[in-house]
Write a protein that binds this ligand. Structure first.
Ligand SMILES: Cc1ncc(COP(=O)(O)O)c(C=O)c1O
Length: 408
């Protein structure tokens, strides 16, 4: 069983259990009864009076109940005199976040990803998912991960934080596909995590599901196959509601050693909320859940995400637009004489090859446009990664590039 790959000292760890609090007077978490908002003075006063009243200075029991309701976040008609003076969003800020909205968000995400809630762990961005996975499986100084350069830099970052070794198995330089033979040669018994990225950042290409499935099968009981799908929505370029097919989430019921990372930071446009998901077989998700601390998600973040996802039909249009702009931009970029190659992309960025990479990025920066050049990385010295923006941003980019003078 792949669950046996969990660090032995973490097996059976129990997470901090939070109890449902709705409708109860919260005197169990050492919270403040007051909220420091701009309206603080307005809100503090009646609440403070209750405290004084409790000490015998007189307040009607109805008023007292109203205030207690306000304190507990209940929104009855009776609480209005107190509640209306405060921005509704701020009413719960003195309390640790309630679990219920978080469960609702997990449920909503599970529906979006076509999985069951027990197959999904909410994280603060896919980044935190990577961190948790590394912490759960990698024994410091003993275990290792395998990554496929050019790869997303955070895999090596979190592995090093966990004092794990990083085995590099470079992608083929022809088409950035996985070198499966080399992978088998480089794999070692303590290599517990195989970190795939599809579409890959920065190269933009997908790994097909057959390859992922065959790796899961081959490394069953030996390694967890992690598929980072931060950009997968853009690969479904004929995006429709039933297009979870290019996602490896469709394989989680077939393999017990597969974990998939998703995020709301890219196609869903919510990078500032820092929300991601780890999706996988229930025992692995349960093991991950057991090492997550409580109260890590801000109640405002959860509330905002729930509101946005309630009607997520806009995502289809957003993705379709980015895909259309990506294709237009690729065509335009190919017309520049100094561009050697514009690679195919299934993500919301374009990866291109040019000996002028450094000068182009400096020129663009002078024009207040930032693109990604990997200065000092020998694998990527002649590459640029350019995010697909909206029409105006893309036009600004092309305009600046038209005045670029290559130093041949
Ligand atoms: C491949 C990949 N994975 C994960 C992340 C992190 O995503 P999040 O914002 O959800 O932490 C990024 C961010 O750029 C990324 O490129």
């Amino acid at each position: 069983m792949s669950i046996d790959l969990v660090r032995p000292e973490l097996v059976g760890m129990t997470t901090y259990i939070t109890t449902p609090t709705h409708g109860k007077t919260r005197l169990h978490l050492n919270e403040s009864p007051w909220i420091p908002t701009e309206e603080f003075s307005v809100f503090l006063e009646p609440v403070f009076k209750v405290t004084v009243a409790d000490q015998g200075q007189g307040i009607s029991s109805a008023q007292r109940q109203n205030t207690l309701n306000v304190l507990d976040g209940a929104s009855t008609e009776a609480t209005k005199p107190f509640a209306t003076s405060v921005d509704c969003e701020n009413r719960f800020l003195n309390c640790y976040p309630d679990l219920e909205p978080q469960s609702q968000l997990e449920q909503a995400l599970a529906e979006i990803y076509y999985v069951n809630p027990e197959n999904l762990l909410l994280t603060r961005g896919a980044d935190e998912g990577i961190d948790f996975i590394m912490r759960l499986f990698l024994q410091p100084g003993i275990d290792s991960i395998m990554q496929f350069p050019p790869a997303f830099l955070m895999y090596a970052f979190y592995a090093r934080m966990q004092q794990a070794n990083v085995i590099c198995c470079p992608l083929k330089d022809t088409d950035f596909s996985l070198d499966l033979e080399l992978l088998d040669q480089l794999w070692q018994p303590h290599c517990k995590l195989i970190m795939l990225c599809s579409p890959n950042n920065p190269t933009g290409n997908l790994i097909d599901l057959e390859t992922i499935a065959s790796l899961c099968q081959k490394y069953e009981r030996r390694a967890i196959i992690v598929v980072d799908e931060a950009y997968v929505e853009f690969a479904q370029n004929r995006y429709s509601n039933s297009t979870e097919t290019v996602s490896a989430t469709s394989l989680i019921n077939s393999f017990d050693n597969l974990l998939v990372l998703r995020t709301l930071s890219k196609a869903y446009g919510l990078a500032g909320l820092r929300l991601g998901s780890v999706i996988g077989p229930a025992p692995l998700i349960q093991a991950l859940r057991s090492i997550t601390p409580p109260f890590t998600f801000s109640s405002l973040v959860i509330e905002r995400a729930l509101r946005v996802l309630k009607n997520a039909s806009w995502i289809k249009t957003a993705v379709e637009n980015i895909v259309m702009f990506r294709e237009e931009l690729q065509v335009s970029l190919r017309t520049f004489s100094w561009v050697e190659k514009v690679y195919p992309s299934e993500a919301n960025f374009i990866f291109l090859k040019t000996k002028q990479a450094h000068s182009v990025s400096s020129w663009l920066e002078k024009n207040n446009i930032l693109v990604r050049h990997y200065n000092g990385n020998p694998l990527l010295d002649d590459k640029l990664r350019i995010t697909v923006g909206d029409r105006l941003q893309n036009e600004a980019l092309l305009l600046a590039l038209r005045s670029f003078q290559p130093d041949f």
